[in-house]
Each structure stands twice: as structure tokens, then as C-alpha cells.
Write a new protein. Structure first.
Length: 1236
């Protein structure tokens, strides 16, 4: 449109230019021309004559008001009245191109702007002055006979020659002269007779292009074309051909531009562009069902164009590639058609679809369509067995069976399918009983159906059908009857249901009569055979009112022949006794089981329990020894048997046998351990009357180490081996914990022995409890249980928590019990029945921080319960009991805390301590009413609250005196013994070899020591008489072999002479020889010529007595020592001690090293002699002392060196010593040596 306007405006502009164009711009091309000369007209009509018409050749001029002039020849002229006009007309078929009005007059001059106005107007033609028009037009005879170029020549011009008649109007200006013209020359051309072949053309866009035939007549120029609407309907090419674009009407115009011989011309025709119309038809009968065989998707299953035909209104072959053509499918998940090729590709699932071939209305075609309906199913290769993987494909399957009559269509389930709430059943009453084979391939149909109608089941009716490997689950609810978890009706023929599981919960609100619900099948018709093999029903059936009177775990109504093999009913129901059947009525059952009966009168099969289901027992029985796996179970994961062909889930049986008898059975999944725990037996279970409750049966072991982790690969028998010992042996804290567990789990009369010292650490594990009181014999064998227990806010803490009828002996406990609570004991908490504790030591320190009450703590036992009879023989408590609060100090006891029965302590020793006050007792807490406490020969070192028993001292304990007391008058064997200097302890034969170990020798009816040893200077407390098999006393003598001696035993002198004090004189002390043996605990001075024998064999060692420790004469005394006397004590006593120089030197504090060792003696002088620094020894009247002074101790130079004050100044007198000592006299080896 925009281009057209521009062209129109350009043409108008050019037309204006033409009006003012100079003569040289005029094209005088023509077919011919005619010249009308006024001179000729004058000659013809005369002067001053009106002229109306002139005609010459094909040209005719008609004047409205014109006259000839009075002149002739060159003076002749046509005179036209003002405002008149004349017309120039050519014959039909011709048109005027130009008119030369030669030599005009009237109005203004030609060279004035208004000069041209002498002509008022010429419609459709331009006019202008052109002096050389005659020359330019090449007029024949031009410029002759006065037919000349002239300034007043006016040219009327239109090259296109649009008019056959040209009207020229002259001016009507009153001030101007009238219009005159001397000659009129008319040039004309031929008008071509052009036209299109038709006035209207109907054409189809689908043809693409069109050319309208054109009659050009004689026109020899180039034709131009145009259309009214640029490219709205068609596209115009230069040759007049058209490209058909859009439906619509268009006018095509052919333009014949003017040329030398022809006038311009045009012709038009109407182009009616229209759409084609296609009709789709079936060429041959199409299939209704399309089968897809293969794997994956996007496979061709059909070609639409193999069955379709296309015809068009135009007859032009139909173009499927147009943009309005498509093929639509109602479900692209089923079928995807390709519009161009016609191929239909199976996509994801089966289904019934409408495939529509569409031609939408577009520029090429009118709207048209063809719809085809197909059912597409997936099948396996070759067999045409339908494959079902989703709800849609299940619905297609039902459609094919129920609506298309394909009752024999076999099908397989490829995935679990949720059927949802829309009820789609297979088979119907219109002779559409399903008769194919449906293989669920162990997949599940899940339904949630709620119906108000009867006869509801996934398979509505079957006949000669096989349904296998299918699981159903979900719910069926109905207000009506005849409901089945798998099949509603089996109507005839031979039917098989195998390897199927129904877990459908069926609920019928029908209350007028039997609900007719079956867990698997509702109804079996007469003359119908149904075999159900390896099937499981585990859904529920719930009837209402009278509906409860008729239901079946597997089958409700059975009027044909029904056989069930290896089936399990594990469902629930509320069936009443009437017409309710656990499995099926009138059926043959082989190896079938049920968990819950359906009705109480018709219990069918073998009853099983939930535990039997979980354990694998039922799965094993259902498998029934078959080689191929049919039933299995992943024990521990599955609570009931599974139908499976997975050999990995096969269940095996394991029998545990003892003495060739099966005592327990377990089951295991293949290559797994047994389900549950290993069978547990008490030894009593296995041994029966041969069981000894005090023995330890270490277990029960299984053949080849079979245990709860052993992989089971087949049925097997496992022999039970029972290891028996007299007792349980404890050698570690783990053993102790295990012993606690054994007792606390029920084997509470087991005997036990401690095999070594055991550190129990901080983990609290106690023996016995309120329901499993320990009642065995526990022998500690002298070993120790060490504990470090912090019970926090827990009370009732002791190694033995609760005992009844137990014996505990030879056990030691030590360590720490700390608690914020009460009821704490170093050995035993609560005692029931007859209890004996023998040779036990508790060295446990107990600390209680209780804030609200007494600590209730005891060193040995806390509770002696009513009726209990407790005897504690030869036991020791060493531990301390400490309460950190004042209130906690109440009620603690060294041995027994709460005494409500009979409690007797014999020969016991309390060495511990406690900070108890009110109601605290050293041995046994106050007896309750009716209770009896007896203490026999019991001793204590420290009290715990109120004193009980006999007080003893630490010295008595170390000397053996208390040991002897504890042995008491018993002579049958040794009970107590000890190493002198240590604490009393229980006799241990292995300790006899220890030095100074004293014990009672029953064979000799006296106390004995196998190896009695005195170490010089080391005191040894002795509180009892005994016979020492060997006595050893090693003593270092000085150089003169002189010594003082005070022995704890009598001794005959061997290798030495013994002297007793006889008096003294000033700085001399006198001794006389003893003829008899040395008496125990008596001081002596001895001299030896060699090594004196101070020991011997079978020597009677005496208990300490101080009666003979001092011998006095004439004011001089010799005092024996059994303990060492330190320097300060000796100095205070004015003691003189024998030195290596053979003299007694006075002890002063100036020499701190001067002491009196045990088993030595020292001299005390009378006051008049006490000033002497040293005393000489006079034996039987002969003075002994230091030898002659020499310059060198040749015999004793290696002996100790003393100064004259008796101080030891060196170990030996060698060269180095001589140079280091100050000059003077020294004693070496009993001789004086001068060092210069």
C-alpha cells in the first residue's frame, strides 16, 4: 500500500511537470495524424462562415461555436467564440495522443504566465506552448506553405492517448480576445482490444501457481501486471504468473503501456483462490488390536497409511506435508503416530486409543478428519501373551476379555500394579469367562474397592483358567455378598491356582444372610475342578450380622471338586460356626496349615502359631522337601512364609541332639545363621536326674563349634556336648562377671573357685539377687578379689549381694567401695538360710557420703535375715569404714551390720577401723528381738563404735601371740599361722618355707617354724613358744671375736665361750664363764676363737619374757636387748657398748651412730664409775683389751679403724687412709696403730 501511494504521487508530480514542459520533451510518436488547415476550410466553406464539423481520415473535429475568418491562405484562422469548445474525435479503435494547435491567438502573450490561459481546460490532457512542435512532430509539409513552427503553438498532449474524444475549452475572459487557431494537427494511435480469457478464475492454493491467459490483440509492447492487494492472496510475478498464497478473491489487471503505435490499455480478471478439500477413507479393513513384541519403546507396530486412502476435490494429489495436517492420538503413552510416514510407535503402556488423521483448515485445505480406534497391547515374543505393568494395562486386559471377547488371552504381570478405587474385573457374565493363563510373576495387584454390588473380585469369572504367581492385597468393601480375594466364581472346566497370595482385607456389611466371602475364591460351581497349590491367604474377612455365618479362609462355597496342596491360611476373620470354613468346604487338603480358624466347628489343616510362622518351621513344612524352592522365608525379616522361587530364601531345619535325642529345633535361611538365638538349655534340662546343681556345666557346646553365626546350607543335626566341672573357675574379671551372670540367671547353686588374684576394677558385678540367691560353695583358695567400686547413688553394694545356704571360704577381698547411699559391705550383703564363712579376709575400705540416714555398712556381712543361721569361722576384717556425714556414722559394724537371725563368730579378728558412733558395733550390730549373736574367741585391734570381743595390740599381732589365741585349743590342724613381725593369717602350707613362719604342727602337737632366722640388729617380736627346725643367726664379730648376745632361745655354746656379768671395778667390768647352756632372753658376753655357732636345729624358741634381760653384780649391770636401742636412749641410760677394740665404750650423743642393736647387750656402771669413757673387760680375773702399740697393723690392716674414743673413722687402714688421717693412735683389729 505504501509503495502504491508513492507511485501515485510521483505520477501526479510528473503530470505537473508535463504541463510546464518545453517542446523538446514531447514524444510525437503516432500511428498516423491528420492536419486541418484553416486556409483549406476557408476555401471550402468561405470566409466568416460557421464551422461545426471537420473530418479528415479517421479524425473528426466538432466545434461548438466557430467561424472562419475573412482572411485566406496565411491569413486564414479558426475563430472560436469565448467560452466555446471543440472536440477532437477519432474513429472507433483509435485514440488521440496529441493535438497541435498551431499559431493560436487570444489573451496574453505566449511568454507571459497567463498566456497559456487562452485555453481554459482540456480534460485528461496536458497543454503547453511548444514553438517547434511542427518540426518535432515531423509533420509532412511542415514549415512550408506557412505550416511553420511558431511561438504560439499550443500542444495538447497525453502520450497514453486515453481518449477517443478530446474536448478543448477556450477561455471566456471578457478582457481578452477570442481564441483563434490557424491549423489543427491531430496525432492518434490505435487502441488495442485486450482481455483475459475469463472474467473469473477459480483456483486452489494447493496448486501453488497460476497463469491467466491474455488476448493482446495486435499490441506489440511489453505488458505490465498488477493486483489490487499486494501479496494478500497471491504473489504476482513480472510475467503475470501468480503464486497462490491464501484463500480469497483478487483482481488481476494487465496493463498495456502506450507506445508509438498504440494507446495505453488494460484489462482485468477476478482470481478466486480457494482451499482444496480432502476426504479420508479406509482402503482396506484395519486391525483393532495392535500387538507389540519386543523390548524397550518407540517400536513401529502399525502404519496408518497402509489402511487409509486420500481423495481431493481438486484432483491434485493430497500433500500430507502441509502445516494443517497432523495425526493425533488420545494417549501418547500408548501409541505415538508419525504424521509423515504414518508409522505408529508403541511407547510406554498398553491401552485403547483413538488415532485421528486431521486436516486442519489452512491456506491449502478445508478441515477434514478420520478417526480410528485401536487397542494396543504389549506381548512377549511369539506367544502373544499380554504384558501388564500398570493400571492402564490391567484395564486394557479387562477390556479385551470383557468387551472384545478375547477370553483366552494369556497375560503376565511385569510389575506391582495399584488398581486403585476403580473396579475393573476380568471376566463377566456375558459368556466372557476368563479362560487363559495369567502369570503374576510374583507381582502384586493392590486394590481399594468399595462397592454396593455383589460378586466382586479381581477375576470375576474363570473357566478352564490358570492363575499363578500372583499376589493380591488391599481392601474390598461391599454392602453385598460373594466377594473373593482373587476369584469370584469358577464356573466350569479345570482351573488351577498356584503360587498365589491373597492379602486382601474383605469387609461385607451385608447382614441378611451369609456374606459368601472367600479369602481366595468365593464360589466354585458344580462340574468344576479347582486345584489350589502352594497358596497363602493372609487377609482378613469381616462379616456383619448374619453375614458372619458363611465365609471361607480360602473358599466359601464349593460344589465342584477342590483340592488344596501345601497351603497356608494366615488371615483373620470373624466367621461364626455355621457354614464358615477355615480352608474350604468339601475339599481335599494335603499338607495345609492355619493360624486362625474360621468358625470353631470346621478347623481344617494343622494349627500353627505366630512363632512357628516367624521361626521358619511352617515354611520348612510347606516346602516339604522339594528340590526346587517354592516356599521360603528371610528369617528375621519376614514374619511368615513366602512363596518364592528364590533359592536364597530357602529354609533349612537344624536339629540339636543330646544323646541322640532331638532336644531343640531351629530353622535358617540358606547361607544364613539360624533364626533367633541358639537354643538354651540348663544342664538340668539335658541331664535330668543326673544333674548336680553345684557343678559347673561350662557349657554346653555344639558339635563342630556350631553357633548362632554359623552359616546353614542344608538340613543338619548338631550334637550337643556338655562339659562338666566340679566348680566354676574364676581367673579374671570377665570370669567373675560371667559367674555373676550364671548365678543371677538361675544356676545359683553352682560352686566356684578363685584361681588367682583378680582385679575387678570399677565395673560393679555382684553375685546373687533377690530372686536368684547364691547357694553354692565359693572357695577363694586364698586369692584376692580387688575392687574399686563407686556406686554413686546406688546402695546395696557387696561382692556377694544375696546368698542363701551358701559357703564362702578362703576368700580375700580388698580395695574400695564408695557410695552416696547406704547398705554397703566388704563381702556379703544379705544372708538367708544357713551360711558359713570360713577363712575369709575383708580388706575393703568403705566410704559412704549419705546425707539422710545411717550408712548401714559392715566389713563382712550387712544383713543376717530372719531365720538365717550364719557362722563365721576364722575370718578377718581389715578394711576401714568411713562415713563422711554425721548422720551416716550411725549403724556400721566391723563384721555384721543388721542381725535378725542367728549369728556365731568363732576365732575372728577385727583389724579395721570405723568412725561409727551411735548403734555402731565392733563385731556385730545389736540383735533384733529373737535374734542370737555369739562371739567365741574374737579379738579386735580398734573399736568400731561399741567394743566387742577381746582387745589386743599391734605388738601381740606381730609376735604370733594372737595367732596362737586364734588357733585356740584346736589340735586337729593348723588354722592360723604367720611370719613373725607380720599380721596373723590363715595357715598356708606353701608358706612354711618362709623365714620365721610359725604354725601349729598337729603331728607334733605344738607350734613350729621350719626356718627361724635372726638378722643382727633387726628385732623380731615373738609371742609364742615354738620349735624351730632350723635356727640361723649370722653375726659380724669384731677383730677380737668378742660380742654381747641375748637370744630368744636356749643355746649350747659352740665355737665360743659365754660369760655372764660377775661385777666390776672402776673402769673394768668383770665376767665369769658360763658352764651350762645360754638361757633365752639372758644377756651374755662371748668370745670366739673361730666362727661361733649361734643357731642350730630343733631349737625351742621362747615367747618373749623380760625377767632375765638384766644381770647385775656390784653395781654393774648387763642388759640384753630384743629391740634396738637408739643413740639418744642409750646415751640417756649411760650405756656402754662393746666396740671392735674389745672394750665397752660409753655412748654419747656426740656419736649418733652409737646404738644398741637387738639381740645385743650393754653395760651400765655404778655412779662412781660412770665417768669412765671406756671399760676394760676382765674375764675370770684376767684383763682383756688392746694389744701392743705398733707402727703398722700387719694382721688387721684391712679391718675397721677406730679412734681412742671408739669412733669408727675408716673401713680399713690402707695407704690412702694413712695419708688422710690426722697423726695419732688408732685401733685396728684390736691393736693400737700409730699414724705419723
Amino acid at each position: 500500500m505504501k509503495t502504491t501511494n508513492i507511485i501515485q504521487r510521483l505520477c501526479l508530480f510528473l503530470f505537473v511537470l508535463v504541463l510546464a514542459a518545453p517542446a523538446w520533451a514531447t514524444d510525437y510518436g503516432r500511428l498516423d495524424y491528420e492536419t486541418f488547415r484553416s486556409r483549406n476550410t476557408v476555401n471550402a466553406v468561405g470566409k466568416k462562415k460557421p464551422v461545426s464539423t471537420l473530418r479528415q481520415g479517421r479524425v473528426e473535429i466538432n466545434f461548438s461555436d466557430c467561424r472562419t475568418t475573412s482572411g485566406t491562405d496565411n491569413s486564414a484562422i479558426y475563430e472560436l467564440a469565448k467560452g466555446s469548445h471543440f472536440s477532437v474525435k477519432v474513429d472507433e479503435g483509435y485514440a488521440v495522443r496529441w493535438i497541435i494547435l498551431r499559431d493560436t491567438e487570444g489573451g496574453k502573450d505566449y511568454d507571459e504566465r497567463e498566456g497559456i490561459w487562452r485555453i481554459d481546460r482540456v480534460p485528461h490532457y496536458a497543454y503547453f506552448f511548444e514553438k517547434t512542435a511542427i518540426s518535432n512532430a515531423h509533420i509532412s509539409g511542415g514549415n512550408k506553405d506557412n505550416l511553420n513552427d511558431d511561438n504560439n503553438n499550443i500542444v495538447v498532449y497525453n502520450y497514453s492517448a486515453p481518449e477517443r474524444v478530446v474536448n478543448i475549452y477556450t477561455h471566456n475572459n471578457k478582457d481578452w480576445g477570442q481564441f483563434k487557431v490557424r491549423d489543427i494537427i491531430v496525432g492518434y494511435v490505435k487502441v488495442p482490444k485486450v482481455k483475459f480469457e475469463r472474467d473469473r478464475y477459480d483456483v486452489y492454493t494447493v496448486s501453488g501457481g497460476f497463469y491467466a491467459n491474455l488476448d493482446k490483440d495486435e499490441y506489440d509492447g511489453k505488458v505490465e501486471y498488477k493486483v489490487a492487494n499486494y501479496e494478500d492472496v497471491v504473489k504476482l510475478y513480472g510475467d503475470g504468473s501468480l503464486k497462490l498464497l491464501h484463500p480469497g478473491t483478487e483482481v488481476l489487471t494487465a496493463i498495456f503501456p502506450a507506445n508509438e503505435k498504440f494507446a495505453g490499455a488494460s484489462c482485468s480478471t477476478t482470481i478466486n483462490v480457494k482451499r482444496d478439500r480432502v476426504t479420508f477413507n479406509y482402503q482396506i479393513e484395519r486391525p483393532k488390536v495392535l500387538y507389540y513384541e519386543g523390548e524397550g519403546y518407540a517400536h513401529e507396530v502399525h502404519n496408518l497409511y497402509d489402511y487409509s486412502d486420500f481423495t481431493t476435490e481438486s484432483g491434485i494429489p493430497y500433500k500430507r506435508g502441509n502445516d494443517g495436517f497432523n495425526v493425533e492420538c488420545t494417549n501418547d503413552n500408548v501409541l505415538r503416530p508419525d504424521a509423515m510416514s504414518g508409522k505408529c510407535f508403541f511407547e510406554r503402556t498398553a491401552g485403547t486409543v483413538d488415532v485421528t488423521i486431521n486436516q486442519r483448515k489452512n491456506d491449502l485445505y478445508e478441515e477434514s478428519s478420520l478417526k480410528q480406534t485401536f487397542t494396543v497391547i504389549r506381548t512377549d515374543k511369539g506367544a502373544h501373551t499380554m504384558l501388564i505393568k500398570d493400571l492402564n494395562e490391567w484395564k486394557v486386559f479387562a477390556h479385551l476379555v470383557n468387551d472384545e471377547g478375547m477370553t483366552n488371552l494369556n497375560a503376565k504381570l511385569e510389575a506391582d500394579v495399584n488398581l486403585g478405587s476403580e473396579i475393573n474385573m476380568v471376566g463377566n457374565v456375558s459368556s466372557k469367562d476368563y479362560s487363559g493363563t495369567f502369570d503374576g510373576q510374583n507381582h502384586t495387584l493392590t486394590l481399594n474397592w468399595n462397592a454396593n454390588t455383589n460378586d466382586i473380585a479381581p477375576f470375576r469369572r474363570v473357566k478352564n483358567a490358570t492363575i499363578k504367581n500372583l499376589r493380591t492385597e488391599g481392601t474390598i468393601k461391599s454392602s453385598s455378598y460373594f466377594l473373593g480375594g482373587l476369584i469370584d466364581e469358577a464356573t466350569g472346566g479345570s482351573n488351577t491356582v498356584a503360587n498365589c497370595v491373597s492379602a486382601v482385607n474383605i469387609t461385607s456389611s451385608y447382614a441378611s444372610n451369609r456374606c459368601g466371602a472367600g479369602g481366595l475364591i468365593s464360589y466354585i460351581y458344580t462340574n468344576t475342578q479347582v486345584t489350589i497349590t502352594d497358596c497363602l491367604v493372609k487377609g482378613s474377612i469381616n462379616g456383619t450380622g448374619a453375614g458372619r455365618t458363611g465365609m471361607g479362609g480360602f473358599v466359601c462355597y464349593q460344589y465342584g471338586t477342590c483340592t488344596l496342596n501345601t497351603c497356608l491360611y494366615a488371615g483373620t476373620n470373624n466367621g461364626s460356626n455355621e457354614y464358615s470354613y477355615t480352608i474350604a468346604p468339601n475339599a481335599t487338603l494335603n499338607n495345609c496349615y492355619y493360624l486362625n480358624a474360621c468358625g470353631s466347628e470346621y478347623k481344617q489343616g494343622t494349627k500353627v502359631t505366630e512363632e512357628q510362622l516367624r521361626s521358619g518351621e511352617v515354611a520348612y513344612k510347606l516346602q516339604n522337601g522339594r528340590n526346587n524352592t517354592v516356599w521360603g522365608q528371610m528369617l528375621g525379616t519376614n514374619d511368615e512364609p513366602l512363596l518364592t522361587d528364590d533359592g536364597a530364601k530357602r529354609v533349612y531345619k537344624v536339629d540339636f541332639t543330646f544323646n541322640s535325642q532331638v532336644r531343640a529345633t531351629r530353622y535358617a535361611t540358606r547361607n544364613k545363621a539360624i533364626y533367633g538365638s541358639m537354643p538354651t538349655f540348663t544342664p538340668k534340662d539335658l541331664l535330668g536326674s543326673d544333674y548336680n546343681e553345684h557343678h559347673y556345666y561350662s557349657g554346653i557346646a555344639f558339635e563342630d563349634g556350631f553357633n548362632g553365626s554359623t552359616t546353614v546350607t542344608s538340613d543338619k543335626q548338631v550334637r550337643i556336648n556338655l562339659a562338666e566341672k566340679d566348680c566354676y573357675e574364676i581367673a579374671s574379671k570377665e570370669n567373675w562377671k560371667a559367674f555373676c551372670d550364671i548365678v543371677n540367671s538361675g544356676q545359683n547353686k553352682i560352686d566356684a573357685k578363685l584361681m588367682r588374684n583378680v582385679d575387678l576394677g570399677s565395673e560393679i558385678n555382684m553375685v546373687g539377687n533377690d530372686s536368684k540367691e547364691y547357694g553354692g560353695t565359693f572357695d577363694g583358695q586364698g586369692y584376692t578379689l580387688k575392687l574399686n567400686w563407686d556406686s554413686g547413688s546406688n546402695g546395696y553394694i557387696a561382692p556377694f549381694s544375696v546368698v542363701e545356704g551358701a559357703t564362702i571360704k578362703n576368700l580375700r577381698t580388698e580395695g574400695q567401695i564408695t557410695s552416696n547411699e547406704k547398705f554397703l559391705s566388704g563381702l556379703l550383703m544379705s544372708a538367708y538360710g544357713t551360711i558359713t564363712l570360713t577363712n575369709c579376709v575383708s580388706n575393703v575400705n568403705i566410704t559412704s557420703s549419705i546425707l539422710i540416714s545411717a550408712c548401714n555398712a559392715a566389713g563382712m556381712i550387712y544383713f543376717v535375715k530372719p531365720g538365717a543361721n550364719v557362722t563365721i569361722d576364722d575370718c578377718v576384717v581389715k578394711g576401714n569404714i568411713t562415713a563422711t556425714t554425721d548422720i551416716g556414722k550411725d549403724k556400721m559394724a566391723g563384721f555384721v551390720g543388721s542381725q535378725e537371725g542367728t549369728c556365731t563368730l568363732n576365732n575372728c579378728l577385727y583389724l579395721g577401723s570405723g568412725n561409727g558412733d551411735t548403734f555402731s558395733r565392733t563385731f556385730v550390730g545389736d540383735a533384733y528381738y529373737g535374734a542370737t549373736t555369739t562371739l567365741n574367741n574374737c579379738y579386735y585391734l580398734n573399736t568400731c563404735g561399741k567394743a566387742q570381743g577381746t582387745k589386743i595390740t599391734a605388738e601381740q599381732l606381730k609376735s604370733g601371740e594372737v595367732t596362737k589365741k586364734l588357733q585356740a585349743d584346736r589340735t586337729d590342724k593348723c588354722y592360723w599361722a604367720q611370719q613373725l613381725g607380720e599380721m596373723p593369717d590363715f595357715y598356708n602350707a606353701a608358706d612354711k618355707s618362709k623365714a620365721n613362719y610359725v604354725y601349729y604342727d598337729a603331728a607334733k602337737n605344738g607350734w613350729a617354724c621350719d626356718d627361724f632366722r635372726l638378722t643382727d640388729g633387726q628385732p623380731l617380736p615373738i609371742g609364742l613358744d615354738f620349735t624351730a627346725a632350723t635356727v640361723t643367726y649370722e653375726r659380724n664379730f669384731n677383730g677380737t671375736q668378742n660380742a654381747t648376745l641375748c637370744l630368744p632361745y636356749d643355746l649350747y655354746a659352740q665355737g665360743f665361750k659365754a660369760y655372764t656379768l660377775s661385777g666390776g671395778n672402776k673402769n673394768e667390768v668383770h665376767f665369769k664363764e658360763v658352764d651350762d647352756k645360754l638361757t633365752a632372753y639372758t644377756p651374755y658376753y662371748i668370745t670366739a676363737n673361730g666362727m661361733p655357732q649361734l643357731g642350730g636345729t630343733n631349737i625351742e624358741v621362747k615367747a618373749y619374757t623380760g625377767a632375765n634381760l638384766t644381770t647385775s653384780a656390784n653395781g654393774y649391770s648387763i642388759k640384753g636387748t630384743v629391740v634396738s636401742m637408739d643413740n639418744a636412749t642409750a646415751a640417756a641410760a649411760n650405756a656402754y657398748i662393746l666396740q671392735d677394740d674389745g672394750m665397752f665404750h660409753k655412748v654419747t650423743t656426740d656419736n649418733p651412730g652409737a646404738t644398741v642393736p637387738a639381740y645385743h647387750a650393754y653395760i651400765i656402771c655404778p655412779p662412781q664409775a660412770s665417768g669412765a669413757k671406756q671399760l676394760s673387760v676382765v674375764l675370770d680375773g684376767e684383763t682383756t683389751g688392746i694389744g701392743d702399740v705398733t707402727n703398722e697393723a700387719t694382721d688387721g690392716k684391712n679391718g675397721p679403724v677406730y679412734d681412742l674414743q671408739g669412733r669408727r673413722v675408716a673401713d680399713r687402714l690402707d695407704g690412702a687412709t694413712r695419708h688422710s688421717l690426722p697423726a695419732g693412735v688408732y685401733i685396728v683389729g684390736g691393736r693400737k696403730v700409730v699414724v705419723k
